[in-house]
Design a protein around this ligand. Structure first.
Ligand SMILES: Cc1ncc(COP(=O)(O)O)c(C=O)c1O
Length: 375
């Protein structure tokens, strides 16, 4: 068997090459590269897709989160609840605003913020909660939204890994005050470079985000004059990426269905083995950005699979609070036991819509054989 990558974006490109080349060519011929009609149309199409009124394209999910926190007024001295198990950007954005990230341990099955622990972490200084829908599985939003309502907190959803996932039938990103999306190339909807987007139903927040992403400038007057209402960023989704994303959005439902099918095939294949397959709660529609299993001897399995040409990933190997970058907070091992446990046992297997049946079966067989024989 040939090498099986974790994700293969070249295969995806080959499957839609002609259409992609055409939309790129059109942008080049038109000669408008920043805040053109593709950005505007993509914002409309994407927000409709998510069931919200406003979409504002930005440079990345990191920027989307930073701008969202600024838009709701997070500032020095504030606290923001973030899951102890996430990509480091979720915590960094809080620090960028001068506020303090307060880590909350996660649920052992969904690997998302544990709502009961979140409620216990709320103090007088808490200003916002950032639930992350990690691996593509929605966080349990209702208790978090209820706590936010009771304590007057903003809810900023980190949807970087979960576009198109549903919580009780509603698209994630549409549940809190602002949803923050990533179009990093390997995401379920990936650009050919960085990209991100904020969605919101709130008129005032939409207006503030629009200003913040473009130097605080009043866009309507862009052509005539330079009028700046706020001190804003340069964080715009660019026109080429928007054109690519508009096309890819039309494929997203099909790609998501295929990833769900492959994930179910994996789960069925691992029945009766020592592999703990990812869960899908009754309230959730999981979109499997990655297929994340738990196994006892994770490092040995990772190495054994690589020897067979199967590429895997560990998202994440070190929890945020134990990263060198966060050593200043003085949080020790044992502070968030569930997040720490997942870091030792999780492993993401190859998953992308173009995986062949032969590759899927090869992965299942190798994982099952190896797990049985590992220490
Ligand atoms: C959960 C989570 N939040 C935020 C980000 C940051 O996204 P971006 O790379 O678009 O800045 C990522 C990226 O992988 C992510 O996985």
């Amino acid at each position: 068997m040939h090498e099986i990558p974790l994700v293969d974006l070249a295969r995806q490109y080959q499957s839609i090459k002609h259409e992609i080349d055409t939309v790129i060519q059109r942008v080049l011929e038109k000669g408008i590269f920043v805040l053109g009609e593709n950005v505007q149309k993509f914002e409309e199409e994407f927000s409709r897709y998510c069931g919200v009124r406003y979409g504002i394209g930005v440079n990345s999910a990191t920027d989307a989160l930073t701008i969202a926190l600024k838009a709701v007024g997070v500032k020095e001295g504030d606290e923001v609840l973030v899951p102890a198990n996430s990509f480091i950007a979720t915590a960094n954005v809080v620090v960028f605003c001068g506020a303090t990230p307060v880590f909350v341990d996660v649920e052992p099955d969904t690997l998302n913020m544990d709502p009961e622990k979140a409620v216990r972490a709320i103090t007088k200084k808490t200003k916002a909660i950032i639930p992350v829908h990690l691996h593509g599985h929605p966080a349990d939003m209702d208790p978090l939204l209820e706590a936010a309502e009771d304590h007057d907190l903003a809810v900023i959803e980190d949807v970087a890994q979960a576009i198109n996932a549903l919580y009780k039938g509603k698209k994630v990103g549409s549940l809190g005050d602002i949803g923050c999306f990533s179009f990093y190339p390997s995401k379920n909807l990936g650009a050919y470079g960085d990209g991100g987007l904020n969605v919101t139903d709130n008129d005032e927040l939409a207006e503030r985000i629009r200003l913040l992403r473009n130097y605080g400038r009043i866009e309507k007057e862009y052509k005539q004059t330079y009028v700046h209402r706020l001190i804003g960023y340069n964080s715009r989704l660019d026109e080429l990426q928007a054109a690519i994303l508009r096309l890819k959005l039309t494929y997203l439902d099909g790609w998501t269905d295929r990833k769900r099918e492959i994930s179910k095939e994996y789960t069925k294949g691992f029945e009766g083995s020592d592999v703990e397959a990812p869960t899908e709660k009754e309230y959730a529609r999981h979109v499997y950005w990655d297929y994340c299993i738990k196994v006892k001897a994770r490092d040995a399995l990772e190495k054994a699979l690589l020897d067979k040409g199967i590429h895997t990933a560990v998202l994440y190997r070190v929890p945020i609070h134990l990263q060198e970058a966060y050593a200043y907070m003085g949080l020790k091992e044992g502070s968030f036991p569930v997040a720490e446990m997942t870091c030792r046992h999780i492993l993401s297997l190859p998953l992308f819509p173009e995986l062949t049946e032969e590759e899927i079966q090869f992965v299942i067989t190798q994982v099952k054989n190896m797990v049985g024989g590992l220490p």
